[in-house]
Design a binder for this molecule. Structure first.
Ligand code: FES
Length: 312
């Protein structure tokens, strides 16, 4: 991955536990432009890379991140909150695994810090004159970022738990509608709740678009991992992958030049094609179509079959 040297140009608190950081290139160059829903990797130290959605106005120039200070996190959010104006970090170019799709109507559903990519989407939809609504759920007004800019927008509905006006998926999303895309972002529990309710209402999976990060992620669920063999197609060499190793760990330990970034199954940087064997997908980035097309994340996914051959 090519890293870009960036500098914190502005730092403000959006709430008591959400910091807004504006980044600009150290050398004064323009950052690559991006589309709504994009995220960047931020390198905070050796082995510490985190993903954050871009929540400013899509386009070149500065990047704006909103970061929740997560208690008991793995250190990324605290490191981001500790950044001061003038501090430097290295960032990746933007990637978008959560793009707006071409359709007639858009329903955005944000839980807490999940507002960040949806704010960029709202800006883009507003600019395009598209039909959309945003449901923004938070613990209270004091935990909701961007309240001032969103309050004046009649397309935005707020749901505050402390006022007992929480999100009701049956009421607020309702029955499936044609040519409607639903975008959901927030903590895992919030997303699981919204998605399960939406599917119970009859919304097809293809209409539901999600992205899972910016919060503490839980370990993937499923059966306990078991060992298997990964075969590198270019050399035919086979390596054992034990229960507590990832395919990526094993490849890197053996000097195989495998791409990677987040190592959490959310960025898509480590994706390779499976040529033989049955994958056990455990990532949060690949679509069903990409999985059916043989795509596989080495950092998080495993194998149901004894041998998995990858195109490396
Ligand atoms: S390294 Fe990010 S999905 Fe595997």
């Amino acid at each position: 991955m090519t890293w870009i040297d960036a500098q914190v140009r502005a730092r403000t608190l959006a709430t008591s536990d959400i910091v807004l950081l504006d980044l600009a290139a150290v050398d004064g160059a323009e950052f690559p432009s991006y589309t709504a829903g994009s995220h960047i990797d931020v390198q905070l130290g050796p082995g510490m890379v985190r993903q954050y959605s871009l929540c400013g106005t899509p386009g070149p120039g500065r990047y704006r991140l909103a970061v929740l200070n997560v208690a008991n996190s793995r250190g990324g959010s605290q490191a981001m909150h500790a950044l001061a104006v003038g501090d430097r970090v290295r960032i990746s170019a933007p990637r978008n695994h959560f793009p707006l799709v071409t359709t007639h109507r858009h329903v955005l559903i944000a839980g807490g810090i999940g507002i960040t990519p949806l704010l960029a989407m709202l800006t883009e939809l507003e600019r395009a004159g598209a039909e959309y609504v945003l449901h923004y759920s938070a613990r209270s007004r004091f935990h909701a970022a961007f309240l001032d800019e969103l309050s004046a927008n009649p397309r935005v509905s707020f749901h505050f738990d402390d006022q007992h006006i929480g999100l009701d998926v049956a009421r607020d999303l309702g029955e499936p509608q044609a040519e409607t895309a639903v975008y959901v972002c927030g903590p895992d529990g919030f997303m699981d709740y919204v998605l399960s309710k939406a599917e119970a209402l009859g919304w097809p999976r293809r209409a539901l678009h999600t992205e899972r990060f910016g919060t503490d992620r839980t370990a993937p669920t499923g059966p306990e991992p078991t060992g298997f063999v990964v075969r590198v197609a270019s050399t035919g060499t086979e390596y054992g992958v034990t229960e507590d190793q990832t395919v990526l760990d094993v490849l890197l330990d053996n000097g195989v030049d495998a791409p990677f970034s987040c190592q959490q199954g959310i960025c898509g940087e480590c994706v390779v094609r499976v040529l033989a064997g049955e994958p056990d997908h455990r990532d949060d980035v690949l679509t069903d179509a990409e999985r059916a097309d043989g795509m596989f994340t080495t950092c998080s996914s495993r194998a149901h079959s004894p041998v998995l051959e990858v195109d490396l």
